[in-house]
Design a binder for this molecule. Structure first.
Ligand code: COA
Ligand code: AMP
Length: 630
């Protein structure tokens, strides 16, 4: 069937479409229907009973895939490669789950996982899923404070971590970060499981910390616990407009159905294929397409601990693709830009036989046409941009290679996937004509696998996503749809920025800057960056009478953001200004400052309080290397 036929089939009978898709997974009790009009935005497969670990692991062994490799750990940063078969994975996950159960972890309990890119991160997720416990993975590049915020919101019974992560040129000791986070948080976990890595041995706190292997050793393997289709599989925190992250909830049944459908029909991956998502389990791409998606269809997944460049060179991706016969790679445009910068002619690429490699998928930020063209040219395979969010859990718009290869329009993530009725709206919520820029929204209900609510924050869920355009989910992205139905995502409509494919809240960074004793007022903007897409830039107004030298204040605020949010914020530049440009009602004109910093033409908004400030801002930005066009 063509894409158009499949999309039309979903439009004609959404209930039948998703019940059909639900047959791709094993249910302990088949749901009586697909959609349930309950909760703030509806729920899927609510009366079915299912287990995610069974679907991702045990049933592959039952189906005769026990000796097939499930996970390859490719770690150029520690110079090692190892693999686990489905049978080994099942046995390890079952005993880890048994050990967690013996310490009182059961259905509905939360477990935070703060791990580097090692197979044990997936084992921990799957062990939780096996018990019906709700995992919440926290990205390793976040600092102790961010971990503490998540501990207080998720109130986990246990935290699973490792002694360290390994970044180029440095060992990131996780245990001190964990200890600081637990000290800071009001909620205290009952116990912590620590994977000791050979690069770093963490001292354990008696009575609270247990070492992974001794914890697991001799544990009675746990069976899979069936849970309701609308039982939360996990909480994943993502950036909102404030320092309090949003806890996106994922329900188990819809999650599995959406992943089983998308990995086949969008990514063209089946049992036995090797699928590689070069991201981190701390992000939604990692949850969906490093862990649950590929395993649910019996494919082999790669856990990559390295960087596209520098570990040790710009051929790390191509070497792994060749060595492991990877069929598809999912990465971020920033990674391809980093490779291109080191190997502009693709000389390294041509040294590797990539005969098995079929498609490169890009997500996390807009894939700029220039990067897409370069990758197509050097790799000789389709390069597919696709658009989605932590909230959606799987692609909203894509070129569904498993159904039909649609013509690629560079700069567009192609077309809406079944389940998503994507519209572009004006400020009053009316659909705009084709090719007109507006807010990108999705008509309710959202499909299976998308967020049904926010953890502990249903009001915020309604306020953030459902209130502005009644009857729609507001994506927070701006863009347009052309005459052929291709979508173009151009910018955010809120204060979220995208740095190297990582979603960051300027509001959260501002909250940290404001804690510096010399800072009276501040703003953070995302300026264009040729490698990372955007980089955060801080503008500070100092308190009257400040005597501390500006250079010292600037380096202190950079240190504060690294310490409070983490290195992932990549906050390296700030400058001092006398005043911030505002509207007469007091709203800071961030978008205008972005244009000035990027060296783009701009018109001062009619509501600006004092247009003269813009010249002052341009002068201050010029002193730190902006304005510029990149
Ligand atoms: N634990 C601890 N620190 C981490 C970390 C982790 N898991 N991940 C990143 N960091 C640190 C990095 O070491 C770096 O620290 P530094 O300031 O001391 O150098 C900082 O966070 C910023 O990291 P990153 O944005 O990854 O930049 P980089 O300079 O290390 O690498 C790229 C640049 C382009 C190669 C890299 O950003 C990349 O591969 N991005 C892909 C993004 C991606 O997969 N996004 C997910 C959406 S698909
Ligand atoms: P995250 O929730 O971290 O996955 O970030 C989601 C946001 O990243 C989206 O709302 C977009 O702003 C941006 N994004 C992700 N993929 C794309 C894409 N293919 N094109 C444009 N923007 C994207």
């Amino acid at each position: 069937m063509s894409y158009r036929d499949v999309y039309a089939a979903w439009q004609a009978d959404p209930e039948g479409f998703w019940m059909d898709a639900a047959r791709a997974i094993d249910w302990d009790r088949m749901p009586s229907r697909a959609f349930f009009q309950q909760g703030p935005a509806g729920e899927w497969f609510a009366d079915g009973m299912v287990n995610a670990c069974w679907n991702a692991v045990d049933r592959q062994v039952e189906a005769g895939r026990g000796d097939q490799v499930a996970i390859i750990h490719e770690s150029p940063i520690t110079d090692s490669t190892r693999s686990l078969t489905y049978r080994e994975l099942r046995d390890r996950v079952a005993t880890l789950a048994g050990a967690l159960r013996a310490k009182g972890v059961g259905k509905g309990d939360r477990v935070i996982i703060y791990m580097p890119m090692v197979p044990e991160a997936l084992e921990a997720m799957l062990a939780c899923a096996r018990l019906g416990a709700i995992h919440s993975v926290v990205f390793g590049g976040f600092a102790a404070h961010e971990l503490a915020v998540r501990i207080d919101d998720a109130t986990p019974k246990a935290i699973i971590t490792a002694s360290c992560g390994v970044e180029p040129g440095r060992i990131v000791a996780y245990k001190p970060l964990l200890d600081r986070a637990i000290d800071e948080a009001s909620h205290k976990p009952d116990f912590c499981v620590i994977l000791q890595r050979e690069q770093e041995t963490a001292p354990l706190i008696p009575g609270r910390d247990v070492e992974w292997h001794s914890f697991q050793h001799g544990a009675e393997p746990a069976e899979c616990v069936p849970v309701e289709g609308n039982h939360p599989a996990y909480i994943l925190y993502t950036s909102g407009t404030t320092g309090q992250p949003k806890g996106v909830v994922r329900h188990t049944g819809g999650h599995l159905v959406a992943l089983a459908w998308s990995i086949k029909n969008i990514y063209d991956i089946d049992a036995g294929d090797v699928f590689w998502t070069a991201s981190d389990v701390g992000w939604v791409v990692g949850h969906s397409y490093i862990c649950y998606g590929p395993l649910t269809v019996g494919a082999t997944t790669i856990v990559f601990e390295g960087k596209p460049v520098g570990t040790p060179d710009a051929a790390a991706y191509w070497r792994a693709i060749r060595n492991h016969r990877v069929k598809c790679l999912l990465s971020a445009p920033t990674a391809i830009r980093a490779i291109r910068r080191e190997d502009p002619e693709g000389d390294l690429i041509s040294q590797y036989d990539l005969g098995h490699f079929k498609t490169l998928y890009l997500a996390g930020e807009r894939a700029d046409p220039d990067t897409v063209r370069w990758a197509e040219d050097k790799l000789g395979v389709p390069v597919i941009d696709h658009w989605w969010q932590t909230e959606s859990g799987w692609p909203i718009a894509a070129n569904p290679m498993g159904l039909e290869r649609l013509p690629v329009k560079r700069g567009s993530p192609s077309v809406a996937m079944p389940g998503y009725d994507v519209r572009v709206l004006d400020d009053e919520g009316h659909p705009v004509p084709p090719a007109t820029l507006g807010s990108v929204a999705i008509r309710l209900p959202l499909p299976p696998g998308t967020l049904p609510t926010l953890w502990n924050a249903e009001d915020r869920f309604i306020r953030s996503y459902l209130s502005h355009f009644p009857g729609y989910y507001e994506t927070g992205d701006a863009g347009y749809i052309d005459e052929d139905g291709y979508l173009y995502i151009m910018a955010r409509t809120d204060d979220v920025i995208n740095v190297a494919g990582h979603r960051l809240s300027t509001g959260a960074i501002e909250e940290v800057l404001a804690t510096h004793p010399a800072v009276a007022e501040c703003a953070v903007i995302g300026v264009s960056d040729s490698l990372k897409g955007q980089m955060p830039l801080g503008l500070l107004c100092l308190k009257k009478g400040t005597t501390t030298p500006e250079t010292q204040i600037l380096s202190e605020v950079v240190g504060l953001v690294r310490d409070r949010i983490g290195p992932v914020a990549a906050f390296k530049t700030a400058c001092v200004v006398d005043r911030l440009p505002k509207t007469r009602s007091g709203k800071i004109l961030r978008a205008t400052m972005v244009k000035i910093a990027d060296g783009q033409p701009f018109k001062p908004p009619a509501t600006i309080d004092d247009p003269a400030i813009l010249d002052e801002i341009a002068g201050a930005l010029g002193r730190v290397g902006y304005p510029r066009s990149s």
